[in-house]
Design a protein around this ligand. Structure first.
Ligand SMILES: [Cu+2]
Length: 499
């Protein structure tokens, strides 16, 4: 149960920290080291007439975030692709499942890699357990429907068609069976890379990431199997916006990895069905972006826009170790709908490229009066025990409060009051403490004999449940007096306004 909050906490925590750091720090001379001096190799003449060689090549397909190895071929070949459509129940977020329709069992579907001029022999199988017919429209195909009419396949059947990969580029594929947006909204998309004849420049890491918007009857983080919501889809009001088919698919031990000095190439696509992504890696600059997945590229890009059914190839060298959140820079999607992943860079520091924090002093600040947004949530029936509240609260505290009050509750001398053993907590009582958390706090206060005069932000965007968990954790930790805070307590204080 406490698991439920982990990812959200992770988001808010890592993002808040990274964004703050990102906003405050300058990284001089960043670009200097990044100019690519070598122009891309010239395109070889396209050979569309040579007959396919006798021996077919069987395409290696990979699940996200992995990418098949380079084709390393100097001639076109007949490439056989075997792809099976499967309808599967998988997590959308901690505690929330969804019935995804997939190409190859994953969202996005298996990555396909061929070479310009290849003759691709495509075998689309629809698993016998499927409830629907499906097909495939590959944007790499020149021909009606991108292969859709030729590949319409009932459950338990298989279809075959062939196409010549005439143009190089990174192309989205998707199901185009009616109702098309429903099939796409259920996860039926993936990508095919058509390499130029000279191949792509070798890099240390290639990754496969796609963003998609999902529409469920339940709210974000509602638990259990979630049903598709057609109306939300039509109105483009997604419940989830995620990378690689699930919140957290690129977090924790699933974060993308690189080492200082490596070049990372991300094959990034947007399945949609509705949204355009503002693709960004916090703390990095894309050295090179093949925008829209095409041949031309642009250097030194902060955020690249990728349309639904479109792609981009982004490349960047990593110089500084640390965590780099991968986001849709339409930030509510990153903070509140799941669109955040992580690139973890290991290796030695380079303090000339990035110093880290060099000083921290209190700046004079006009304190804004706390505002009450008047948001009132319906009362959820709470089923958590105090232990579960404590565990969930610890995660939420780490993501929301620990940046200032510290994980140990010690605060920071002179600027942030302690929550550990705070006499202020004892004197104030539950409602007043909840009011502080909901509405924030400004002006001089005394905690354990020490004066503080700073600004504590309001946390009224957190749910009653989340605040109840946090305050139960605060009251029950670090030698504090204990006490169970319920969502109903939070709702009461929220409705009553600041006290
Ligand atoms: Cu389909």
């Amino acid at each position: 149960m406490p698991q439920q909050t982990t990812i959200r906490t992770l988001h808010t925590g890592v993002l808040a920290l990274s964004l703050a750091t990102f906003a405050c720090q300058q990284a001089p001379s960043r670009n200097a080291a990044r100019l690519r001096l070598s122009p891309p190799a010239p395109s070889a003449a396209l050979d569309v007439t040579s007959p396919p060689p006798d021996q077919p090549v069987y395409a290696t397909l990979t699940s996200p975030p992995h990418v098949p190895p380079a084709t390393n071929r100097t001639r076109p070949a007949r490439v056989v692709v075997n792809l099976t459509v499967k309808e599967v129940v998988q997590p959308m977020a901690d505690g929330a499942q969804y019935t995804f329709w997939t190409f190859g069992g994953t969202v996005p579907g298996s990555f396909i890699r061929v070479r310009q001029g290849d003759l691709v022999e495509f075998h689309l199988q629809n698993d016998a357990s499927s409830t629907m017919p499906h097909n495939i429209d590959l944007h790499a195909v020149t021909g009606p429907g991108g292969g859709a009419p030729a590949s319409f396949t009932a459950p338990g059947h298989a279809s075959t068609f062939s196409f010549k990969a005439l143009s190089s580029g990174l192309f989205v594929y998707h199901c185009a069976t009616a109702p098309v947006p429903l099939h796409v909204a259920n996860g039926m998309y993936g990508m095919i890379l058509v390499e130029p004849p000279e191949g792509l420049e070798p890099v240390e890491h290639e990754y496969y990431v796609m963003e998609g918007d999902f529409y469920t009857k339940g709210k974000y983080h509602d638990r259990g199997l979630q049903a598709f919501d057609m109306q939300k889809g039509i109105e483009a009001r997604p419940t989830y916006v995620v990378f690689n088919g699930a919140e957290g698919s690129l977090l924790g031990d699933k974060a993308l990895q690189a080492y200082v000095g490596d070049t990372v190439r991300i094959f990034f696509g947007v399945g949609g069905p509705n949204l355009t992504s503002s693709f960004h890696v916090i703390g990095e600059i894309f050295d090179r972006v093949h925008f829209e997945g095409g041949t031309a590229f642009q250097n030194n890009v902060q955020t690249t826009m990728v349309p639904a059914g479109g792609s981009a190839i982004v490349e960047f060298k990593v110089q500084v170790p640390g965590d780099y959140p991968i986001v849709d820079h339409s930030l509510f999607r990153a903070f509140n709908q799941g669109a955040v992943g992580m690139l973890n860079v290991k290796g030695p520091e380079d303090k000339l490229v990035y110093s880290g924090k060099q000083a921290d002093a209190l700046a004079k600040q006009e304190a804004a009066p706390p505002k009450d947004t008047g948001a009132v949530e319906p009362l959820a029936v709470s089923t958590l025990t105090t232990e579960e509240r404590m565990a969930a609260g610890q995660q939420l505290f780490a993501g929301n409060c620990a940046a200032c009050h510290q994980a140990t509750g010690s605060g920071l001398p002179g600027t942030i009051p302690p929550l550990a053993g705070s006499d202020y907590l004892v004197k104030s009582g539950k409602d007043r403490v909840l009011s502080v958390a909901l509405n924030g706090l400004t002006g001089p206060i005394k905690v354990n004999g020490n004066g503080y005069n700073s600004v504590m932000p309001a946390w009224n965007h957190l749910s009653n449940d989340e605040l109840a968990n946090i305050m139960t954790y605060v009251l029950g930790s670090w030698g504090n007096s204990g006490g169970d805070v319920s969502p109903a307590d939070v709702a009461r204080v929220r409705q009553g306004g600041a006290i």
